[in-house]
Structures are given as C-alpha cells and as structure tokens.
Design a binder for this molecule. Structure first.
Ligand SMILES: [Zn+2]
Length: 549
C-alpha cells in the first residue's frame, strides 16, 4: 500500500529508549509472528448479508477448507474478532468451540493426522470492530469496504491472520439491490429474486490470496470500465459525486498493467477493480481489487506537481502504478514473514519508478529515485534498523522508508551492479518460481545469483540484514609518472559496503571513469590521470549513499 502514516513522535521516543538499552541485548526481543504451524487454510467460502444501511452483518457464514500440517491436531485455533459466533461445524457436524482474546478455538472430536483435510463452518453476525469498515462516503452514502492490512481481517473473517496463510476465496455478498458490490476475483453471478429488495453477488478468486488482501466493497458507486487495450477488464467504483474524475485519474492503470506485464510476466488475475473509499492508506493493494484513499481525488485538478504524460497529479500517477505493481509483488508473490515486507513494498516502490522510466523517460525516474533517497536518509537519522526487521512489534511501524524507499533502492543497486539483462531475468525467474506462493529475501538472492552468476550474499548481508548506508569521501594525491592515488573512505560508523563504486575524474584533458572495488572502509586506487579538477562518486546515481567533501 501507499503509506500516509509517518513514524509518530511516540514511536520515535520508544525507539530512542530501545537504543539506550540496546547494549543489553536480551531486552531486544524477536517479534513473534503468527506463522503456519499445525494447520493452514486452503479455501474460504464466505457468505455475508448486510442490513439496509450497511451498519452490520445480519448473518455471516465462513466455510473454511483446511489441511493439517502435523499429526494429532486436536485444536484449530482460528484468529477471530469479537462478533458473536452462533455455531461451528467440523465436516458438517457441530463442534465445541471457545471464543476468547481474538481467537476462536475449535475442538476436533477426533484428532486429525498430517495432511488431513477438514471443513470448518463458522456462523456469526454483528458489527466488526475493524477490518470491514462501515462508513459513509463523502456523499453521505453508506459503504462497507474491507481494509485489512496488516492483520485486521480476522475481525470479520475467521482465518489464520498472517500473510503466508494464502488461500483461494469465494465471496457471496447480499446487500440492498440499489448498491453495487465487488470483491476479489471475477463475478460469477448476480441475482435478485422477483420482488426482493436485495441482490446477491458471487465473486470467485481461484488464485491464492493472503488474508490482508481479501476484500469486499459495497456502496452506491459511480462505476464504469476503462477503455484501452488491456489484457483484463479494468473497472472503477468511486463516490457518485467523483465519477467525473475517475477515467482520467485511473488513466495510468492500463499502461501500468502493460508495462509490468512486459517487464515481469502476464498480469496475475482475471480482472482489476479500482475503488475509492474507506482505507487507512493512500492505496491498499487487495488482490485485483485495489482500494484508494477517500482523499484520492482531492486537489485532482489543482495539484501543482503534475504528471506530464497523464495530466493528473504526480502523486496520483505514483499511487496508481504502485498499487498495480503490488499485484505481482505482494499479492501474487507474497512476503513469507513480516521481516520480508520489502519484497512487497520495496518492489512496488521501485516498479512505480520503472513505470515512470518507461512512460515518462529517464529524468522522471531519476527525480523519483532522488526523492526516495532523501526520504530514506531523513528517516535513517531518526532510526537505525535493518530492512529485514525481526524486532519491531507494531506491524504498522514497518510501513517505514526502510521497507519502501530503501527497499526500492536495493533493487536499483542490484540492477546497476548486474546490468538490465541479468537483473530482469532474475526478477522474472523469482516471480515465476514464487507466484501464488510466498518468498523470502533469500529466495530473491538465489534467483538473482542464478541469473547473473554473481555471489550476492555479502551484498544482501550488508544491505538487507544490517542497517545504514555508505557515507563516502574521496581524496587524491599525485603518485608520479602521470598517475594519481585515490583514497575512498567510508565514514559511516558501522561496517563497510563492498560493492564497486564508479568514480568520474575530470581533468583538463577530459573525463574518465574508474571502478573502485572497496575491500574495507578505506581503499586506495592508483590510476593514470592528470590533475583532477572534479571527482564525482557514482555519477549515474546507482548507489544509495551520502557523499561528504
Ligand atoms: Zn505498497
């Protein structure tokens, strides 16, 4: 998603406290994640019925297919919020259950053995306290829209609320007939019984979806289908009063689908719906059913920074491309753990930049990457942590420039080091191997190593598993015989970065470039050169860095 949340001062204070205590290592705890253990879901069949004003679910039934992962499983510990559960069935037989502390423990009458398939049916009703947001839109019309990142979907769907617990999902949504409904997947049917005031929509997604990307949206929307040469239908659902902006605001959508299809692989799903409504984020990338912020159209015609190609605010172009890039990275290939979140956010950030590069040219891309570097460098002054962050407890605090801007820059650096051909070959094979599944940072490393024939462990160790960035300083002295000796120092307080650094030397005779290969924090390099009048470190801006004179 696009974050609109910044690190709060309270969070910064907490982190400062942590740094002060940092030398006492046992105080820094590993975050406990809700990983798959005894069982995992394989399919959700969710039926929900709304009241007239979309204030509650008058009834809901979740039929969940699960498979056990080990022997002697006697308890299925679903994550579930506080809506009252009226019945639980296991393979159509009533089962004992216990609802407590956002859990729904279902007892199995006979312990299940490894690889056993079971169906759990949960019946419930009420108003979810989060996850499914029941709010009026800016026209005052009721809406019900899922907004589930990071682990809020269990407030309205019993599940295993971790991104690795991916499953296919089918939604049956019943709501007043004058509303529109959309959900993950393609619409299988919409029915209205003669004389009935409600309609029932069925949406089916056969690909696996992580829990936070499951969504329904119901409301009185202005809707339409985008025109263009798209491989899948692209439709929009926006507040009635903003319908006039929709086609223009979403005009980068089909070009994004085409750009990323060409760079990576065909679009992973059978449709794309673009919704404007209740989300905490600038945009939320739910699988093939993206929800953009209620403020999406604010300043739409007046924002001064505009996309040259689409004549829409730059921020709109950016968020469109970012959320659509997530359909490949985040949605289809999902991070295995929260520590691998950059595989979602760093990729979406970088691919939104690649969209600019392909559609608006290298200057727009360079400007975008500079802006990202500045955001990360400002953030890094307040907090030092690796991208692969196993400690931050609050998942919302992971929506930080390490996972977004620095993650995007890591990809840019890899592309610079490996060259376009090996880099994109590696990205494509990483995608192919992990689509509809999950991936770790190590999976990405292995794919890029295979494509390039290069060892990348030290690069990943330094950039992904440790904090910081290089702070370079270059100096030179005459080495005699028409040569100069260059000294490249790394002034950061922590370990050296060993990737090659290109240096451009300008003399009265002309320009030349040399590639310095650091072995430590101070590297000397002798080259044939006249007296330098200018030395530029990393002239093509391929390294996330600071330079001090
Ligand atoms: Zn994102």
């Amino acid at each position: 998603m696009r974050k609109i949340i910044v690190c709060t001062s309270a969070a910064r204070f907490a982190f400062t406290a942590l740094l002060i205590c940092g030398s006492v290592s046992f105080l820094v705890a590993q975050r406990k994640e809700r990983l798959i253990d005894a069982w995992q879901p394989t399919h959700f069949d969710i039926a929900i019925v709304f009241d007239n004003e979309l204030t509650k679910l008058t009834s809901a039934t979740a039929k969940i297919d699960i498979v056990t992962r080990r022997n002697d499983v006697s308890l299925i510990d679903l994550d579930f919020g506080s809506m009252p559960v009226t019945a639980v069935l296991v393979n159509n037989t009533p089962a004992h259950f216990n609802q407590h502390d956002e859990k729904l423990d279902v007892q199995l009458a006979v312990p299940a053995q490894k690889d056993q398939r079971l169906n759990i049916t949960v019946s419930y009703s009420g108003t979810p306290k989060d996850g499914l947001i029941l709010l009026k839109d800016k026209d005052g019309s009721p809406t019900a829209i899922g907004d589930n990142w990071a682990d809020r979907v269990h407030n309205w769907i019993p599940c295993l609320d971790h991104p690795s617990a991916k499953a296919s999902v089918r939604f049956t949504v019943t709501a007043p007939a004058d509303y529109a409904a959309v959900a993950n997947g393609v619409m299988e049917s919409v029915n209205q019984s003669p004389g009935a005031s409600v309609k029932t929509w069925i949406f089916n997604e056969t690909k696996t979806v992580s829990p936070y990307n499951m969504v329904v949206a119901v409301g009185r929307f202005a809707t339409g289908q985008l025109k263009g040469d798209s491989p899948v239908p692209v439709s929009y659902y926006v507040p009635m009063s903003e319908g006039k902006f929709a086609e223009k605001a979403f005009s980068p959508a089909i070009p994004s689908i085409i750009t990323f299809s060409n760079l990576v692989a065909p679009y992973p799903y059978r449709k794309l719906a673009l919704i404007v409504g209740a989300t905490k984020f600038g945009g939320m990338e739910n699988a093939n059913t993206i929800v953009f912020s209620p403020n999406y159209f604010n300043n739409f015609t007046t924002a001064p920074e505009r996309s040259k190609k689409f004549d829409i605010p730059k921020a709109t172009e950016d968020v469109d491309a970012h959320e659509i890039a997530h359909q490949w990275f985040g949605d289809s290939v999902t991070e295995s753990t929260w520590a691998d979140l950059w595989l979602s956010e760093g990729f979406a950030t970088y691919f939104a930049g690649l969209f600019l590069e392909k559609n608006e040219g290298p200057d727009a891309f360079r400007e975008y990457m500079r802006g990202n570097a500045n955001s990360y460098l400002a953030y890094e002054k307040t907090r030092r942590a690796p991208i692969h962050d196993t400690q931050t407890e609050k998942l919302f605090d992971l929506l930080n420039p390490n996972n977004y801007e620095k993650g995007g820059w890591v990809l840019h650096m890899l592309r610079g080091m490996l060259g376009d051909e090996a880099f994109f070959t590696g990205i494509r094979s990483y995608y192919d191997k992990h689509k509809d599944l999950t991936a770790t940072s190590e999976d990405l490393r292995v794919a890029l190593e295979k494509a390039s024939g290069r060892e990348l462990k030290s690069f990943f160790d330094r950039w992904i598993y440790k904090a910081g960035h290089p702070v370079y300083q270059i100096s030179w002295k005459d080495a005699g015989n028409g040569s100069i000796m260059l000294t490249l120092r790394q002034m950061q307080s922590d370990d050296a970065f060993l990737q090659p650094v290109t240096l451009e030397i300008v003399t009265e005779q002309g320009k030349q470039r040399v590639k310095i290969e650091p072995k430590s924090k101070e590297t000397t390099w002798t080259v044939k050169s006249g007296t330098p009048t200018e030395l530029t470190i990393d002239p093509d801006e391929q390294i996330l860095k600071e330079v001090i004179k």
